[in-house]
Design a protein. Structure first.
Length: 89
């Protein structure tokens, strides 16, 4: 049986993106991993992941969680380079 780490390596998904989905949806880690993987398959899904990141950055800023906000911004910068925001029609 594959571990979550093996699965993440196989589908080229980082743990931070899974955590964003987990925090946004409250799904267990395995289900959040599957959902993140599915979202990465479409332009709409990638757009939704960008929105999840932005929402959580805004929530951290509003709650004055400076270290969490900084960490999320760093993770989002990496995600944005890897998966640019698609042009939605």
């Amino acid at each position: 049986m594959l571990s979550i780490t093996d699965l993440l390596d196989f589908i080229d998904l980082d743990r931070e993106t899974v955590q964003i989905v987990n925090d946004a949806t409250q799904l267990p880690e395995a289900e959040a991993t599957a959902m993140a993987s599915e979202l990465l398959r479409t332009h709409r899904g990638i757009y939704l992941l960008h929105e999840m990141f932005k929402d959580q950055i805004a929530e951290a800023a509003a709650a004055y969680e400076i270290s969490r906000e900084r960490s999320l911004r760093k993770t989002y910068a990496y995600f944005s380079r890897k998966y640019p925001i698609p042009h939605m029609q």
